[in-house]
Design a protein around this ligand. Structure first.
Ligand SMILES: O=C(O)CCC(=O)C(=O)O
Ligand SMILES: [Fe+2]
Length: 461
């Protein structure tokens, strides 16, 4: 790699550098790295064989251990897509794929900064997600230091909602709230605010979406600004087991642009954990750590005044913490059947066209939010609804406001009919909650009641 080029523009990923041709020259890298680099540079995606010799066994182990966690009857009935976020926290095989050294070394070479995995999503069926760029969810400063690596855990059929991507769309500018004219302060938004723009850009550009129907073990890397989504899953008898790992790169600030209005002081920094090491990753700017006080102060938290949120978080933090051991034996409790289901981000299956759900979408989705505070008992928590319920559950159990993914996931779950108690169960069983050793009064009684009612219902039917 030519040092001049990396010194003069260290804040641009090498594969997207204006000096790309002079950096990725034959002889300096092996042929496969050069091919992947060229594909990413020109098309915004690259396909490769996942570099783990035991991939087939890993894939089989993941499918069989996660299969019972999904709600298959509801999939067959409604075609409601499902996924598990961050299964790496309890499944070593998911973690092994996310932390694969071959992938990490490759990404580090391609971007010019050390790569680290920060999120996994495991899908048993198609996501049917509207076309989107990940950069509205996961951006960085400097921008574009993020990518996704999608890998097939089985052969994917065209009827099973394959991945769709738009080659060349990564070259579009990065669009944020100010470009689409949406002020997200005081509202909770989803990517739907960008969907009309993506549809129009696609129409105007004449770029053609492509479908990826791979064999087990084939992987696709996409760049942060590449438009991609999931085709309609038309054949429900087929599964589409796959894993996406999202990667960031070191020495950046990590932000969610759709929840940030930076010139107004609202910057939604992300609190990240490196999946490989389990350590948290600092936000940095030009080699210097961004102080946590600044992050806390500027994190807009869905546009609600940071002052309100911080007051709530402080109150939650100073609440009584139950004695160690209270949460220790939760694993012996029965596992609620639908405990790990996460509804899709957007779109309902559209049987007419495989691209239907990705291009239909609902425009302008700013939702007014009512913030819930911290509570110390399960009854109070369960009396809340929607945003108030999710934010209060986070403050009460994890002593922090929800992160954007968690909030989006749980709101979608509530809309899809998941019981509040199941959501409480999941939060309470998270690694983070176990570390805090904090409990909610009345939880065990409520849980036992729910369990016996379900059992009695089953026995009497
Ligand atoms: O697997 C899919 O259909 C899309 C997944 C996706 O967009 C993502 O994880 O960023
Ligand atoms: Fe995505």
């Amino acid at each position: 790699m030519n040092k001049v080029h990396t010194d003069i523009l260290p804040g641009v990923p090498l594969i997207e550098s204006p000096f790309f041709d002079e950096i990725f020259v034959a002889g300096h890298y092996d042929e496969e790295v050069l091919r992947i680099a060229r594909d990413l540079n020109q098309n915004g995606f690259a396909v490769m064989q996942f570099p783990d010799p035991d991939f087939d066994q890993l894939a089989e182990a993941i499918r069989s251990s996660l299969r019972p966690r999904f709600d298959w009857p509801s999939w067959f009935e409604s075609g409601q897509s499902q996924r598990i976020q961050d299964a790496w926290t309890f499944d070593d095989n998911v973690r092994r794929i996310a932390a694969n050294d071959g992938v990490l070394d490759l990404l580090t070479i391609l971007f010019g900064r050390r790569a680290f995995p920060f999120q996994t999503l495991t899908f048993p069926v198609g996501t049917q997600q509207h076309l989107h760029t990940d950069i509205v969810h996961f951006s960085s400063v400097p921008e574009r230091f993020m990518c996704g690596v999608w890998v097939a855990l089985e052969d994917v059929d065209v009827g099973a909602g394959p991945l769709v991507y738009v080659p060349g769309s990564h070259k579009w500018p990065v669009f944020a709230n100010e470009h689409i004219g949406v002020d997200t302060r005081g509202t909770w938004v989803t990517q739907e605010i960008f969907e009309p723009l993506w549809r129009e850009l696609l129409r105007k550009s004449g770029l053609v979406p492509k479908t990826f129907a791979p064999k087990k073990g084939q992987a696709l890397i996409w760049l942060a600004n590449l438009l991609h989504g999931g085709a309609s899953h038309t054949d429900r008898a087929k599964t589409r087991w796959s894993q996406v790992t999202h990667y960031y790169f070191e020495n950046c600030a990590y932000v969610t642009p759709m929840h940030s209005n930076p010139v107004c002081g609202d910057i939604f920094f992300r609190s990240l954990v490196d999946v490989k090491t389990g350590e948290s990753v600092e936000n940095q700017y030009l080699g210097r750590r961004i102080p946590l006080e600044f992050i806390d102060f500027t994190r807009s938290r869905s546009g609600i005044s940071p002052a309100d949120l911080e007051a709530q978080a402080r109150m939650a933090a100073s609440d009584n913490i139950t004695s160690p051991g209270v949460i220790e034996n939760v694993t012996s409790e029965p596992t609620p059947a639908a405990s790990t289901l996460v509804a899709p981000d957007s779109g309902v299956p559209n049987e007419d066209s495989p691209l239907g759900p990705m291009l239909s979408g609902v425009a302008g989705a700013a939702v007014e939010c009512q913030q819930g505070g911290s509570v110390d008992n399960v009854r109070d928590l369960m009396s809340l609804d929607g945003y108030a319920f999710v934010s209060s559950a986070y403050l009460s159990i994890l002593r922090r406001p929800p992160d954007p993914d968690g909030l989006e996931n749980y709101l979608a779950e509530l809309r899809a009919g998941t019981e509040k108690l199941m959501i409480i169960w999941r939060l309470r069983n998270s690694v983070e909650a176990k570390r805090l050793r904090r409990d909610l009064r009345g939880y065990r009684a409520e849980f036992a009641k729910r369990f016996w009612n379900a059992l009695l219902g089953r026995l009497s039917s």
